[in-house]
Design a protein around this ligand. Structure first.
Ligand code: CP3
Length: 350
């Protein structure tokens, strides 16, 4: 099987593969007992990410259970600030913590060459996963978008109102641009290293894009992602690039038109009809089942899966996914049922 015939890669480039590709954001993680068992052996979450034996196994776990079309490298968007030299740690039940960056002087301490060295185990994991992947399954690499990563770097963790980041971005845009430019360089370096190791598609997660107004969205979400996408495309024209401007509402259309990506990952607030009419004409689309449906399960979950597939799969350029990541309280049986429902939708169409 050649690489372009892998269903995920064909769909992300706008094609009609012979089956609807499916993978799930956060398909590896705490909802799987085998993940929790390995997580307990590691010395914290970052140790799991930086130990290729562990990270390779965790990446492959969901593919052993479910008939998914892709593996996504097991890592985190915060390995980039960590690689650049910022202090990052994870507190169980609380999420990520960072020693917050303060002022432009702190930028000078961030080091791209150090990142290349520190993240070698991540690239080693990508190479090992690629070598172990069954035929027809693709390996997805990823990074956080500059805006989202910057919010973590400045706020010191998750945030409700992003006021440290916004004070800087809205109050001193030229200063903030220096941080974003550095993150564009770091993201290109990080994604290209994953591609060199074997990643066949990449996704850029802008989880907090929905916090920005239209002007800021153009400058801090669309423009940096366009810069990243054009640099990657110049060196790797065959690697599909997906962007995820989470919860960006009406700004999604501008993203689809101007961010220079092949595909957009669509959050659960979009109607399937609007995805079909307003996004799919410009890019391939991926999404958009509410992860809460996967927790609740039952006939309504299956009905939503069918509604999404029946409208979008016939258009081509469609990848089934959730609108955000799998939640820890998800029953793995529900994941198997969703995969089955996507396959059944295909079977009913032919
Ligand atoms: O399976 C996959 O999707 C690949 C691995 C992956 C992880 N994080 C592993 C992880 C991916 C693609 C991410 C992306 C990520 N990380 C994002 C963007 C996507 C999104 O969810 O919006 C963000 C914002 C982060 C930052 C991050 N990492 C947060 C906010 C948290 C805490 C929340 C949580 O779920 O605990 C993490 C931790 C994290 N990243 C876990 C996993 C499996 C849980 C860690 C654990 O086992 O304790």
């Amino acid at each position: 099987m050649t690489e372009t015939t892998k269903p995920l890669l064909a769909a992300l480039k706008g094609g009609h593969p012979d089956r609807t590709p499916i993978w799930l954001m956060r398909q590896a993680g705490r909802y799987l007992p085998e993940y929790r068992a390995l997580r307990a052996q590691a010395n914290g979450f970052l140790d799991l990410c930086y130990t290729p034996d562990f990270a390779t196994e965790v990446t492959l776990q969901p593919l052993r259970r479910f008939d998914l079309d892709a593996a996504i490298l097991f890592s985190d968007i915060l390995v980039v600030p960590h690689g650049l030299g910022q202090t990052v740690w994870f507190v169980e039940g609380e999420g990520p913590k960072l020693e917050p960056l303060t002022g432009t002087a702190a930028l000078d301490a961030l080091d791209l060459a150090a990142m290349a060295e520190k993240l070698k185990p991540v690239y080693e994991t990508a190479a090992r996963v690629k070598a172990a992947l069954p035929a027809g399954k693709a390996l997805i690499g990823f990074a956080g978008a500059p805006w989202t990563v910057a919010t973590y770097m400045l706020e010191g963790g998750s945030s409700r109102d992003f006021l440290k980041a916004k004070r800087w971005a809205y109050g001193d845009p030229d200063g903030f641009q220096r941080l974003i430019d550095l993150l564009v360089d770091a993201t290109v370096q990080h994604l290209e290293a994953q591609i060199a190791a074997g990643a066949e598609a990449v996704q850029i997660f802008d989880s907090w894009a929905g916090a920005l107004d239209e002007e800021a969205f153009e400058r801090w979400t669309v423009a940096p992602i366009r810069a990243i996408a054009s640099r990657i495309r110049a060196n790797h024209p065959d690697v599909p690039i997906t962007g995820f401007p989470n919860r960006a509402g009406t700004l999604y259309e501008s993203f689809a038109l101007h961010a220079g990506v092949d595909a957009v990952s669509v959050d659960p607030t979009w109607t399937v009809e609007a995805i079909a009419r307003r996004l799919r004409p410009h890019v391939a689309v991926q999404g958009n089942l509410d992860p809460g449906r996967l927790v609740a399960g039952g006939p309504d979950m299956i009905r939503r899966v069918r509604a999404i597939c029946d409208r979008l799969a016939p258009m081509g350029g469609f990848v089934f996914n959730l609108g955000h990541g799998v939640l820890p309280s998800t029953n793995p049986d529900h994941v198997a049922q969703v995969v089955e429902a996507v396959r059944a939708a295909d079977a009913d169409r032919v």
